[in-house]
Design a protein around this ligand. Structure first.
Ligand SMILES: [Zn+2]
Ligand SMILES: [Zn+2]
Length: 373
């Protein structure tokens, strides 16, 4: 087994950076590309091409480079040139070179190096959540309401259904299976494992064009309206989660969620406290003194309220179940009606006369008893 000097093969220093290695590889790969070889040098070029690929697949990977520096090329190549490195059969790489245009060297380089930021299907990411704020009236909060939420979000492209292309052909690297056997020679032995094909990312097919609608990304930003059902009883600050209506995930990752944040507008008469509603109504002095039945507004109409004789100002009456429904669906709050006895600011002649008479009236015995005990 002869030890190969990968650094020398690529024409770089032993302490070359990854960038320098990449650059050197590109230059040599272009020069020795089998499709460019002169007729009489075909074998020579092909051999050279294999060698630089082998060199870059080791030096381009930090871990393998370290192993190589320690053990030499014997750790990687059987010396026959036939053994694949991490499943990268070099004839396979060459067919990849042939099928890709020359502008796509970065892709191939990324394949060899194993990590590509561009490769689709490699890293799944959940889509972003979206937040939409909406304001509703107290009446709407009482009965529940349907709201239209306008969205402008990333969705799966309908042109290519998220595939990024419209024309596909069976992946020739894995023969359409989507899987590849990877053989790794290490100083400790030969390891073989089956993993997803790095070219088609386990899909078994390769795109032959790029979707013009989404530029091959498989996703595009779209305006969309969705109906959200806001349940009865919601309170300000509550957030509704609409599962899966956020942005679409990257590389078939799950969609994010949409959150609808509710703001309930202040009401002209009612004040809300939990599920109870508070209301203040004016009543006259005579209604308070003599008692009456009055009509008071409720959140969904009107109700009758009995004012007993002798009602004091600021008395609170509870009207059961006339408040807001519980958002959890269990019962309702009450309506609390506070009465305020209004003292008239202006009196007619007759009213003045009557009140004067009232003034001369001696307080009742029980009234005195209450004061003096
Ligand atoms: Zn494949
Ligand atoms: Zn598309």
């Amino acid at each position: 087994m002869t030890s190969k000097d990968y650094y020398k093969l690529l024409g770089v220093e032993k302490n070359a950076t990854k960038e320098e290695i990449k650059k050197a590889f590109k230059k040599l790969a272009l020069k020795y590309h089998p499709d460019r070889s002169p007729e009489d040098k075909k074998v020579e070029y092909e051999e050279k091409f294999k060698e630089i690929n082998e060199a870059v697949s080791v030096l381009g990977d930090d871990k393998k480079r370290q192993q190589y520096d320690q053990f030499g090329s014997a750790a990687f190549s059987g010396g026959t040139g036939g053994a694949g490195f991490e499943g990268f059969d070099f004839s396979d790489i060459m067919s990849q070179f042939r099928s890709e245009s020359f502008g796509n060297f970065d892709n191939i380089f990324d394949h060899i190096f194993g990590g590509s930021t561009r490769s689709r299907g490699a890293r799944q990411r959940r889509g972003s959540d979206l937040l939409f704020e909406t304001e509703i009236t107290l009446e709407e909060a009482y009965s529940g309401v349907e709201k239209t939420v306008p969205l402008n979000k990333l969705e799966v492209c309908d042109e290519c259904l998220g595939k990024g292309a419209n024309k596909f052909e069976s992946c020739h690297h894995c023969k359409g299976s989507g899987y590849m056997k990877r053989t790794q020679r290490t100083p400790f032995g030969l390891f073989q494992q089956t993993g997803p094909c790095p070219y088609c990312h386990g899909r078994g097919e390769l795109p032959q064009d790029s979707c013009h609608s989404c530029g091959g990304e498989g996703i595009s930003r779209k305006k969309k309206k969705i109906e959200v059902s806001i349940p009865a009883g919601v309170e300000s600050g509550m957030r509704l989660r609409v599962k899966g209506e956020g942005e679409v995930g990257e590389n078939n990752g799950p969609c994010g969620d949409l959150y609808v944040q509710i703001q309930v507008k202040e009401h002209e008469f009612f004040e809300r406290e939990g599920n109870d509603l508070h209301l203040t109504v004016p009543i006259s002095f005579s209604q308070a003194a003599l008692g009456d039945e009055i009509e008071v507004p409720t959140i969904n109409g009107k109700a009758k309220l009995k004012i007993p004789a002798g009602t004091q100002t600021e008395t609170i009456f509870r009207m059961q179940n006339k408040g807001m429904p519980s958002v959890h669906g269990s019962g309702s709050g009450d309506e609390m009606v506070k009465v305020r006895v209004e003292i008239p600011k202006k009196l007619t002649k007759k009213q003045t006369e009557l009140i004067k008479q009232l003034k001369e009236e001696k307080p009742s015995k029980s009234f005195l008893k209450n004061i003096f005990g």
